[in-house]
Design a protein around this ligand. Structure first.
Ligand SMILES: [Zn+2]
Length: 635
């Protein structure tokens, strides 16, 4: 939370919102909106404004001290590419700055579900005051458009108006479900009603950045208002007919080149594509549209087989933050935006709910422990926007050395990280009337199908998972435990019964019986470190292998090697050994070691007997700069 709060304060998101309030008053007094300045805050927000200003100053200096690059010295974001706001409006930052406020409010909603936190509740209340004041009488709400005086919906390709609306709706649902606070839900439904009035049964254009689809579907679930679901379905079906406009990066960039039902593979900007798919799955599920669901599943299977990195990341092109061709997965040029990992997880979750297939939970785990977890520094104060699988020792991208940063102009990732972390507990398990399904393993208290369970585990370091029954009804109940696809073997026992083997490829171990308080179910997964070989069609890593242990993808960092990382290779099939250690800058970890060769450049002989040491990928870049690689060449 602190990282995202600092970003919000430093970037001035709430100041933009205050600008959106001022033009109404200024216009009434005969002053044009563009000349209004952000010097005064509404009385209700004075305290928040002072706090924001104080922390903005702190964040600006902290960011400058902490970041090792030129961008860190900027107190406010400037460069925003094709989403640059018009100059002279007083508005600061990218055109989608409102969305970062909403993602933060969403995180607060999920946090408050765990118990009272007055600071967070007060912050949310002050921001909701501002939003209530900024919302137009007809329900419209967008700080950039209101502050700039630009016409509404005039450039939907880039304006992110519906994208910001989608995040507002999701924040409102989180605050309603998590904290029982309906104030933002009132603002969100007024905005959604306005969208229905403006867009339903019309072809006014499509927002260039999806998320409104899944937000409207979720708002339908929350309120029962069918018009929201209908509009979500309309937006899904309108895509692919050129309504999203010219992005300047081609129609594929906005997933507008072919109707959704006909698309067979993921293309274009990865975050947009994956948020759209989450919405497609929502609409398909709620409308029982099997054709639409099948199309989404078809693209998911294609993406997993041909366009997904070992870490679960997506996006192999920097030029458009987008998907590449099939098998175009260079480890050093991997883009893998953190937000794409979050979007991918949201899509997989919806497919899991729609189908019950464990492969989606398996992939969520891969994304969570690798592509997503690597975004965050051990100390929690820095983040990766881009998550490559290799960094060379002399790497630079323009003037950026490719390390985690405390600050990035496009600040979409930190609040997105926050809302996922704050809601992680909601992805652990599901239930129906008779069965509790456990999808992810971590210390937790789980309730469903009349069962009350305590989950105890040292996962992902240990493969031992224990479930203790705290409460159960006087009738048989099902308990379904996911058996990850990576586990070469799995066994279970109930209380002191003999251990039994779980059938291979089980997906879920399903137990059905009458349970008693005090019963203990133990699942043992195989955490033995293993070699993973790439599809031979991925040219960039042909002849290489990677190490995995349980759900964790491993990488080799220069800090652990006796010679230059780029001069190492490993014999195929080399046995792996493991050891638990505490490392400076990282903390507890399990290293995996392999006998390696040092192959110096030139004609010199290779030197045998070197030990190469790997650590979990999510822990990399916590010990200074240096080379890293997931895929290592085989000798
Ligand atoms: Zn992002």
């Amino acid at each position: 939370m602190p990282l995202a709060f600092r970003q919000l304060a430093a970037a001035g998101n709430l100041d933009n919102l205050r600008l959106a309030i001022r033009p109404r008053a200024a216009t009434a007094a005969g002053v044009t909106p563009a000349s209004a300045t952000a010097t005064a805050a509404p009385a209700g927000a004075a305290a928040a404004s002072a706090a924001a200003a104080a922390s903005a100053a702190a964040a600006a200096s902290a960011g400058a001290a902490a970041d090792g690059d030129g961008n860190a010295r900027r107190a406010v974001p400037r460069q925003t590419g094709p989403v640059d706001p018009l100059p002279g409006t007083g508005y600061r930052g990218p055109i989608f700055m409102d969305s970062d406020i909403y993602k933060t409010l969403e995180a607060i909603g999920w946090e408050l579900a765990r118990g009272p936190q007055p600071d967070l509740a007060d912050y949310a209340a002050s921001v909701i005051d501002l939003l209530a004041e900024a919302q137009q009488p007809d329900g419209y709400l967008n700080s950039y458009v209101q502050a700039s005086g630009e016409p509404r919906y005039a450039r939907l390709t880039w304006s992110h108006e519906l994208y910001c609306a989608g995040h507002l709706i999701q924040a409102a649902i989180a605050l309603h479900r998590g904290a029982g606070d309906s104030r933002l839900l009132g603002i969100a439904t007024r905005l959604a009603d306005h969208l229905v009035t403006e867009f339903a049964a019309q072809e006014k254009g499509l927002d260039g950045h999806p998320i409104i689809e899944t937000a409207l579907a979720e708002l339908y679930r929350e309120t029962g208002t069918g018009a929201y679901l209908s509009l979500a379905r309309q937006f899904v079906d309108q895509r692919g007919h050129g309504l999203a406009g010219d992005s300047g990066l081609g129609r594929r960039y906005l997933q507008d080149h072919v109707p959704v039902r006909q698309a067979v593979t993921e293309t274009g900007h990865a975050v947009r594509a994956l948020y759209l798919e989450a919405g497609v799955t929502d609409v398909a599920t709620e409308t029982r549209d099997h054709e639409l669901l099948d199309s989404s599943i078809r693209r998911w299977d294609d993406m997993l087989a041909t366009k997904t990195y070992l870490t679960g990341g997506n996006g192999s092109r920097h030029v458009d933050e987008g998907f590449g061709d099939r098998f175009e997965l260079p480890p050093d040029r991997a883009y893998n935006e953190t937000c794409a990992a979050i979007a991918s997880l949201q899509w997989a979750w919806r497919l899991l709910l729609a189908t019950g297939d464990a492969k989606y939970a398996d992939h969520m785990e891969r994304v969570l422990y690798n592509g997503f977890a690597a975004a965050i520094a051990t100390e929690g104060d820095r983040f990766f926007y881009v998550n490559p699988l290799q960094r060379r020792e002399d790497h630079f991208e323009k003037d950026d050395p490719g390390r985690r940063r405390a600050w990035f102009n496009c600040a979409c990732c930190p609040p997105n990280i926050m809302r996922l972390l704050a809601s992680l507990d909601r992805y652990l398990a599901t239930s129906d009337d008779s069965t509790l399904y456990v999808h992810q393993y971590t210390g937790a208290r789980l309730a469903g199908a009349g069962l009350d369970l305590e989950l105890v585990t040292d996962y992902p370091w240990s493969g031992l998972v224990t479930l203790r029954v705290l409460g159960a009804p006087p009738a048989a109940r099902g308990l379904a435990l996911r058996v990850p696809g990576w586990s070469a073997a799995a066994a279970f026992k109930i209380n002191n019964s003999p251990e039994r083997t779980v059938a291979a490829q089980a997906g879920y171990l399903k137990l059905h019986q009458e349970w008693q308080p005090g019963d203990e179910i133990t699942l043992r997964l195989d955490m033995t470190a293993r070699w993973t070989h790439p599809d031979h069609r991925v040219d960039a890593v042909r002849g290489c292998a990677a190490i995995e242990r349980g759900p964790l993808v491993y990488c080799f960092e220069q800090a652990d090697q006796p010679v230059r990382l780029e001069e190492l290779d490993i014999a195929p099939g080399t046995q792996l050994t493991e050891r638990e250690v505490i490392l400076d800058g990282i903390g507890r970890t399990f290293q995996v070691c392999a006998a390696a060769r040092h192959v110096p450049p030139g004609a010199g002989p290779a030197v045998q007997g070197i030990t190469a040491v790997a650590i979990p990928y999510f822990q990399w870049d916590n010990r200074g700069p240096g080379a890293m690689r997931v895929w290592v060449p085989l000798s």
